[in-house]
Design a protein around this ligand. Structure first.
Ligand code: MF3
Ligand code: CO
Length: 305
């Protein structure tokens, strides 16, 4: 499997150097440290000293960065809306790729997946038992009853955005419909946990609990990620960890909530012919929704839904 947003531990805690209160802030805002990040830094330091995993400064976005990610996200979401308008029984997953290519170009962006670690297309289209990284294919014709995740990632003016939605083709079974709905609820419940001084594990636990209560399981090996000037930044975002564990949420962090929820067991494998397509081991369906969220001083800002 390509080396991306794959299960890994959090970075080792680093205590950042102290600045004088009248120095310019490290974030590049041009403001004095005391009127910018000084208070937040002092708080982060307290958590770090008690052994918590805290974000390094490079993970705290400035307003300028946030504005860049916002703009990129607007295009990303417009593409997903357009996919929603065209997706139907009888089209191929390649036609979704064609639309993504066209709209990304019209919007002045770049499709992030194309050539990413050798990925051959501009979007991921994952149908039924495909967990993620399904490769668009002119021969994969959507059938009535299919459930499909379309995962769009866009670069605009150097900023990345990343989100995915599920689409139901025609009428599906009540079981598959429920999987799609519960997975969306998992993301909504996780989002409620996104606020300063909570932990990523607080979010993960509500997601895992809701999935388990419905008889489903959460994929372990592939998770979410920070996003900004790179596609996949720190932290690795797991959806199976425990409350009070994993990285502390601090204003300025931007990351994805994108749990992959399997109807059956959590086990997955990667297609060894294409090196990308991830399947459920038991062949049962899997669903995923992905949003990008920023931690703000008063809670959070949803950048893509
Ligand atoms: N969009 C995926 C994510 O949510 C990443 C896809 S990588 C690709 O992080 F190469 F498969 F496109
Ligand atoms: Co992502």
């Amino acid at each position: 499997m390509a080396n991306r947003r794959i299960l890994r531990g959090q970075p080792v805690v680093r205590i950042e150097p102290k600045l004088d209160r009248n120095e310019p802030c490290w974030c590049g805002s041009g403001r004095k440290y005391k009127t910018c990040h000084m208070t937040i830094d002092a708080k982060i330091r307290q958590f770090a000293l008690k052994g918590d995993i805290v974000p390094t400064r490079d993970l705290l976005k400035t307003e300028k960065d946030l504005e860049g990610i916002r703009k990129s996200s607007e295009l990303n979401v417009a593409i997903l809306d357009a996919v929603g308008d065209m997706i139907r029984e009888g089209i191929s997953t390649q036609e979704i790729d064609d639309l993504v290519v066209k709209m990304t170009k019209e919007g002045g962006g770049i499709a992030a997946p194309l050539n990413y670690e050798g990925y051959p297309k501009s979007v991921c289209t994952s149908v039924n038992e495909v967990v993620c990284h399904g490769i668009p294919d002119p021969d994969r014709i959507l059938q009535n009853g299919d459930i499909i995740n379309v995962d769009v990632s866009t670069i605009l003016d150097g900023y990345f955005s990343d989100s995915s939605r599920m689409y139901i083709i025609g009428e599906t079974t009540p079981e598959k419909k429920k999987l799609v709905e519960v997975t969306k609820e998992c993301v909504e419940l996780g989002l409620e946990q996104v606020k300063p001084w909570n932990y990523l594990g607080d979010m993960a636990d509500v997601i895992n609990t809701h999935a388990k209560e419905n008889g489903y399981s959460v994929v372990v090996e592939i998770g979410g990620h920070g996003v900004g000037k790179e596609f996949h930044e720190e932290p690795f975002v797991s959806y199976i960890t425990k409350p009070g564990t994993e990285m502390l949420m601090v204003p300025g962090m931007v990351f994805t909530i994108e749990p992959m929820i399997n109807m059956g067991s959590a086990d997955i494998y990667v297609d060894d012919t294409d090196g990308w397509t991830v399947y459920t081991e038991d062949g049962l369906p899997s669903a995923q929704w992905e949003i990008t969220v920023a931690v703000k001083e008063d809670g959070h800002e949803v950048l893509t839904w």
